[in-house]
Design a protein around this ligand. Structure first.
Ligand SMILES: [Zn+2]
Ligand SMILES: [Zn+2]
Length: 396
């Protein structure tokens, strides 16, 4: 299909060698959440080369910079996340990770490179950029409830000047490279974590009648929690309860005194989130008690639901349609149960989170998989999309 190319895309394509350089450097030296020190240095260096004055923090690996801080127009913030994952890379790419057991398997190397690309385009555009553009390089997106967006907001990343709109994007293997996915309203779920410690008496596995068994109680709890999802909630209101960790025991013929379970809860509505927490706490305790055991439940609130502002998303669809052609935009029909701490910015400022196409022909490689490798086309489209979005949203 012939693809229309707006001015930002033409300029972004010329920037590809620079973006490739940033991406390969980030990719070769992946760093885990809140340890993005080398990554931060690279970002700071690139921003200084653009003539910008980045802000860094003594106790936080994020980087903040503003293009045209004194310009009178609306303030648009653009966000990229910075952290990598504990994954052993198997892409075979020439610029594959040089750090054993660490990989940019979620494409955050691409997000940073797109944002540096967009920053370059916007700096070069000079007075065509009517208002300040805030660049948010955010650490620790993968950190769960302690993600980087919350601390960044607390450090004033949406203030002075006060941000009017926020835009972010994530590479998406399910969207073909070259395209952009968008959705109004809820896009990604709220993500909470629970930890359950089931206590029995422990003892010889040949004499189970001599005390409550934490293993059988834990097994009943795992199955019983699924009945909260399937029987206590409206089936058209999506909920996921998954146990991802089960720890207990030292030997086949010893009943352990304790079994530990850890898992995740995904919801879309605040009242559902509250109800699931309440049900989970009571039901888990009751199941344990019914078997003579006991259970302690800890529940940790993580990222809130990610809700894209409908009016801002509509404006973005118009802006990006002009830049790329409507055929390159794909409306995403259903939300997903994954989570993103971009939602924390959207709690304060209207904006939209876009899915940057990274799908290539052949069997799809998922996010977080050791073979995930977004194509270079994502760099061009991602940089052009962010630049077009910033300038477009500043037009009244
Ligand atoms: Zn991820
Ligand atoms: Zn990610």
């Amino acid at each position: 299909m012939a693809r229309s190319q707006g001015p930002w895309s033409v300029a972004a394509r010329k920037l590809l060698p620079a973006m490739r350089g940033w991406r390969e450097s980030f990719h070769e030296e992946p760093e885990l959440a809140n340890q993005e020190h080398k990554t931060r240095e690279k970002v700071v260096r690139a921003l200084r080369e653009l003539g910008l004055t980045p802000t860094v923090y003594p106790d936080f690996t994020g980087v903040l910079a503003t293009i045209g801080p004194d310009r009178p127009g609306p303030v648009v913030a653009l966000r990229a996340d910075m952290d990598a994952l504990p994954v052993e890379e198997k892409t075979g790419l020439p610029f594959r990770s040089k750090v054993p057991g660490r990989m940019h398997a979620c494409g955050h190397d691409v997000h940073m490179s797109c944002l540096l690309g967009a920053a370059t385009l916007l700096v070069r555009a000079g007075p065509r950029v009517k208002g300040p553009v805030r660049l948010l390089f955010q650490p620790a997106e993968e950190q769960g409830e302690a993600g980087g967006a919350g601390p960044f907001v607390e450090r004033g990343c949406l203030e002075s000047p006060k941000v009017d709109f926020v835009v972010g994007q994530h590479v998406a293997p399910e969207v073909p490279a070259g395209q952009i996915g968008w959705k109004k309203g809820p896009l990604m779920a709220a993500a909470d974590r629970f930890r359950i410690v089931v206590r029995g008496s422990g003892g010889h596995a040949a004499y189970p009648h001599r005390g409550p068994d934490a293993v059988v109680a834990a097994a009943e709890i795992i199955v019983g929690m699924q009945a909260i999802v399937s029987r206590a909630r409206d089936p058209v209101d999506p909920v996921v309860v998954s146990v991802g960790m089960v720890h207990g025991g030292t030997r086949h013929n010893i009943l352990p005194p304790e079994v530990e379970l850890e898992g995740t809860v995904r919801t879309f509505r605040p009242e559902t989130r509250d109800a699931i927490e309440r049900l989970l706490r009571t039901r888990v305790r009751h199941i344990a008690q019914s078997l003579g055991a006991s259970a302690r439940v800890e529940y940790f609130r993580g990222y809130p639901v990610l809700v894209n502002s409908p009016p801002v998303t509509e404006r973005l669809v118009g802006i990006l349609g002009e830049e790329f052609g409507d055929a390159q935009l794909e409306e995403l029909t259903a939300p997903v149960m994954g989570a993103e701490d971009f939602s924390r910015y959207l709690e304060h400022v209207p904006g939209s989170f876009l899915k940057l196409g990274a799908g290539v022909p052949g069997p799809p490689a998922n996010l977080h998989s050791p073979t995930f490798a977004p194509p270079e086309e994502s760099l061009v489209v991602g940089a052009a999309a962010l630049a077009a979005a910033a300038v477009g949203l500043q037009e009244r």
